[in-house]
Ligand binder design. Structure first.
Ligand code: HEM
Length: 418
């Protein structure tokens, strides 16, 4: 026996999804007073859900699969074909291990060293500029860090072009029309670039350091002991480069938090390493990034008396879960202190997905993200002085991805006097 899931009446709600953005699922969870409801998106029945229990269900591999879940326009821009995001079962776990092998203590140390050096160079450059548009500059900075860490050679004259293409992929997935096509062309160009490098690695004319993504993925063998086809290997190297550039969005929000919450910033200046970590976590909880993730029901099952039918598209509310009043006290307050006694549940705090890194689809780059945000926060607060001229620092909860409208303009950037 099963109950009827609360259902949104009407033929299609894709337009409302575009109009309400990050709040689409949360608005309906609130009005239905239910963490699960049914709607129609892109002409098809879809289940939306959010909250801790729903997240635990979503990451149960016996209940949900990823094959065919992501809309084609997202695969064509953000993910790339045959990437780890679209795999299930043993094949997924084997591919995921390849990613997680990069996330070792040594890997994080090397990332820290590269990031520190690149931040020093960036501040030096910004000192000579009238104004700095932080979002644009930091994307370039992240592109340099990403390529160096991944073992991908990057000539100085390529930096702007490659940054633009890598950014177009994550700036375009929800777009329609020209912006979407920019994303697709950017992906095609980037895949061609990385495919050429993988061919060079395999024929011995390029030797990236061991343990880098370019080296590891070029020589990775699948479950049949075969090398990945060149296109898939390139898609996976881009799955390292592109999201590192995307951290620029969180760095922009970090700079915004430093400005918006001066009393917390004071604690950063006087506080310890633990407070830096809590501040970064709160930035990732508080500000919008990915609104939701998608999967499909693997086979019919009943949960809390609700029927889930095989093949139904299911959306898990990431933003809404990070702002769920059942999980977080005063979720609309920016409060790094909330992480002091946080229990670390893998299904409550899910800006980059939830569950287990190795068994499920939780973001492979979460440690990279936290590390790069900590380094960036250090430089923003402790290593540079700057002023923020009058500008529009507001951000939208509708457009995805959201960034502060002014992209954060800085003036009079100077290294702090020692
Ligand atoms: C910029 C901040 C980032 C955000 C907000 C973010 C968010 C996410 C989300 C929501 C997912 C999907 C989880 C799911 O499907 O259940 C994901 C997956 C993934 N992310 Fe990230 N990510 C970020 C940074 C990174 C970085 C820096 C890397 C690599 C260095 C990375 C690599 C990946 C990979 C490879 C996957 C696919 C994992 C899988 O399917 O098993 N991400 N990320």
């Amino acid at each position: 026996m099963s109950n009827r899931m609360p259902r949104e009446e009407g033929l299609d709600h894709s337009l409302s999804l575009m109009r309400e953005g990050y709040l689409f699922i949360a608005n309906r969870r609130h009005s239905f007073q239910s963490d699960v409801f049914e709607t129609r998106i892109l002409g098809k029945k879809a289940i939306c859900m959010g909250g801790m229990e729903a997240a635990a269900l979503f990451y149960d591999n016996d209940k949900f699969i990823r094959k065919g879940a992501a809309p084609n326009r997202v695969v064509q821009t953000l993910f790339g074909k045959k990437g780890v995001q679209t795999l299930d079962g043993q094949e997924h776990m084997h591919r995921k291990e390849m990613f997680m092998a990069l996330m070792s203590t040594e890997g994080m140390k090397s990332l820290f060293n590269i990031a520190t050096e690149q931040w020093e160079a960036a501040i030096h450059k910004w000192e000579g500029q009238q104004t700095v548009v932080l979002y644009e500059e930091v994307k370039e900075l992240m592109c340099r860090i990403a390529c160096e860490w991944a073992g991908v050679p990057l000539e100085e004259e390529e930096v702007k072009r490659r940054t633009k293409d890598l950014s177009a992929m994550f700036e375009s997935p929800a777009a329609i029309g020209p912006a979407h096509w920019m994303g697709r062309w950017a992906r095609n160009r980037t895949e061609a670039w990385i495919e050429e490098l993988i061919n060079e690695v395999r024929n011995g004319s390029l030797q990236p350091p061991e343990h880098t993504a370019l080296h590891t993925f070029s020589w990775h063998r699948d479950l049949n002991e075969e090398l990945l086809d060149v296109k898939t290997a390139a898609v996976e190297v881009i799955n390292i480069l592109r999201p590192i550039v995307a951290i620029a969005i969180f760095i922009n929000f970090t700079a915004l938090a430093v400005h918006q919450f001066p009393e917390k910033t004071k604690k950063l200046i006087n506080g310890d390493e633990a407070y830096v970590q809590m501040f970064v976590q709160e930035v990732r909880r508080y500000y919008p990034f990915f609104p939701f993730v998608t999967a499909k029901v693997k086979q019919d099952f009943v949960w809390k008396d609700f029927q889930f039918k095989k093949g139904t598209l299911t959306l898990l509310d990431l933003y809404g879960t990070n702002h769920d009043p059942k999980i977080w006290n005063h979720p609309e307050m920016f409060s790094p202190e909330r992480f002091e006694y946080w229990d670390g549940s893998p299904f409550a705090f899910i800006p980059q997905g939830g569950g287990d890194y190795f068994l499920g689809h939780r973001c492979a780059g979460e440690w990279v993200t936290v590390e790069l945000l900590k380094v960036s926060l250090h430089y923003l607060v402790k290593e540079m002085d700057y002023e923020l001229p009058k500008q529009d620092l507001s951000y939208s909860l509708v457009s995805v991805p959201s960034i502060p409208h002014s992209k954060i303009v800085l003036e009079h950037v100077k290294s702090k006097e020692v």
